[in-house]
Design a protein around this ligand. Structure first.
Ligand code: KIV
Length: 277
């Protein structure tokens, strides 16, 4: 079985089929989401928050992303693998962007890379694409600009801001991105962009009219039930499943109920215990 290419993903849009993307950060989760049949797996810099426990994505390094992307690559057989470019690994210059993207592909085994920003990121996108690396754009609520936005805020709510998001999306497509994430934008703005662009749009908090959807795997699975933003739908409550399971294990160890005989090994021949005196 071969991993999906950019051509396969474009064909999904042409055939009017929704594109399903989810994040993963390690081999075990990658194997599971691949078996579930998703089209794209994103090793997002959201790992700064859900794996590393940071407040935002800004502390994530390129080494972190290369490491996790490589772990995920080992678990995928069918899904297309996207590696996320962390803060300050593409903003300095198009040459820096190309070198960073190159590491995600060469060392992390990503098939494409994602970076945030519209008009301002267009030169970086063009340079990476010129080097033969497919790029996923990302506009609207761009978490690496958390301080500039004054928080994780929906973008495009006013006329002026909506126009900026549309301009950004057009610039990303123009620069050569093969697909684009629309995060935290009103659904009519996402619909307008989806109608205007030839490349697929993948929404997160952008309504149902995008060509595909992406969510963080930990959110879909309910790994942290205290986190419940409007754009997330939980398909499981693994926080409860995991704490119950580990709680039962702890109880049985303390009570001496685990391990039982069936979890223990036996010798093939009876042991002769030598007399010491
Ligand atoms: O880092 C990430 O996981 C993302 C997605 C949520 C789009 O950028």
């Amino acid at each position: 079985m071969q991993r999906k290419s950019v051509l396969d993903l474009h064909k999904l849009k042409a055939d009017n089929q929704k594109i399903v993307m989810v994040t993963a950060y390690d081999y075990t989760m990658a194997r599971l989401v691949d078996r579930a049949g998703v089209d794209m797996v994103l090793v997002g810099d959201s790992l700064g928050m859900v794996i590393q426990g940071e407040q935002d994505t800004l502390p994530v390094t390129l080494d972190d992303m290369v490491y996790h992307t490589r772990c995920v690559s080992r678990g995928l057989q069918r899904a297309h693998l996207v590696g996320d470019m962390p803060f300050m690994t593409y903003q300095v210059s198009p040459e820096q962007a190309m070198a960073s993207a190159g590491r995600l592909v060469q060392e992390g085994h990503a098939q494409s890379v994602k970076l945030e920003g519209g008009e301002r990121s267009a030169p970086a996108i063009a340079r990476i694409v010129e080097a033969g690396i497919p790029v996923v754009g990302h506009v609207g609520l761009t978490p690496q600009s958390v301080h500039a936005m004054g928080g994780f805020k929906v973008q495009g709510r006013t006329e002026e801001s909506a126009e900026r998001v549309v301009r950004d999306a057009l610039a990303v497509a123009e620069a050569g991105a093969f697909c684009i994430v629309l995060e935290g934008v009103p659904m009519d703005v996402a619909t307008e962009i989806t109608e205007k662009l030839a490349i697929p749009t993948i929404g997160i908090g952008a309504g149902p009219h995008c060509d595909g959807q992406v969510l963080v795997c930990n959110d879909i699975l309910g790994m942290d039930l205290t986190f419940a933003p409007r754009f997330v739908k939980r398909y499981a409550r693994l926080e409860e499943v995991i704490t119950d399971a580990v709680g039962n294990y702890a109880k049985e160890v303390r009570e001496g109920a685990f391990p039982a005989e069936e979890h223990s090994f036996k010798r093939k021949t009876p042991r002769r215990i030598a007399k010491l005196y």
